[in-house]
Design a protein. Sequence first.
Length: 334
Amino acid sequence: MTTQPLNLDEIHQLALSCLMQNGADALNAGALANTIMNAERDGSHSHGLFRLPAYVASLRSGKVNGKARPVAKALTPAVISLHGDNGYAPMAHQVGIPALTNAVKTMGIGVLAMTHVHHMAALWPEVEAIAEHNLVGLACTPYMPAVAPAGATKALFGTNPISFAWPRLGKPPVVFDMATAAMAMGEVQIAARDGHTVPLGTGLDAGGNATIDPKAITAGGVLLPFGGHKGSAIAMMVELLAAGLVNENFSFEAKENDNGDGGPPRGGQFILAMSPELIAGDGWEDHCDTFFDRMSTMEGVRMPGARRHKNRLSTAPRNINANLLKTIKDLMRD
Ligand code: NDP
């Protein structure tokens, strides 16, 4: 794979210019360019520049509003409803997360119920933004059908990611962020692009047979949930929280309502925040540190999020796929 080194400013500027040339205003393009740059910074390659062509496709088709002005409204002191104005999720988070964290600092717990957003990014940025306020964050979102419920051979669930961040004083939060599919579709697409196989159990081919060929999964096949029936139940829960509870599209409805432009469908996101200070009380940080110390010093354990947080410290340029850069530059010429 041929790559080209770009520093973080260059990555941000490339994303910003490309989005603005394709219909986003400075606010929306800036929010999304930050998300893209931070994904590349942390080594979340499947959610950085790799997603830019799909973001552009939906701006061009008019499905996504590049000039969105999301509005947050308190339904109760602990429940914030956010209408994303059909824009990309990072713009909506800029409005919704401060409203949520302000509410949780007095209520102890709160929900941000987001509708009319288009989410295609990783989910750790929103829960890390919550953890910066010394709050616990949990987020999830559906997508379009790509994952078969346990026992089935046809897709119903999206890859339905869940992220969780636990704040630590003076240290990065402990964060996990994972698809409830055995593998995120972006990772399967990258494996297909780079000619790699995927582990058995990742998905089925169009005939419903287990396969290690990522192209057989992306071309008419289906992903499987992680962990059999247990992951299937969690993927179902994501549908219920981020579609049933927030009152937005289930994954199957998102597909039925989508224009097929390749970008993310309109959907919802469920975000929960909790205050350990108000719920656990004084001493929660030290108490949890004893747990994290015990866990992280066990032979063979590495803490989730630690890979990204280590990557984040590097000031070196990031190596970007050269074909992808050409595709992006072409999008700025058309
Ligand atoms: P991974 O399986 O790569 O990682 C899942 C989590 O496990 C991460 O927090 C990771 O930490 C941690 N982890 C990985 N390996 C280990 C290990 N050996 N020990 C301990 N922890 C470990 O993620 P997925 O492929 O499932 O998901 C990738 C991304 O795709 C996520 O960011 C997700 O939000 C995104 N996604 C977005 C969708 C959308 O619609 N917006 C849909 C589906 C997925 P670390 O990050 O430090 O490696």
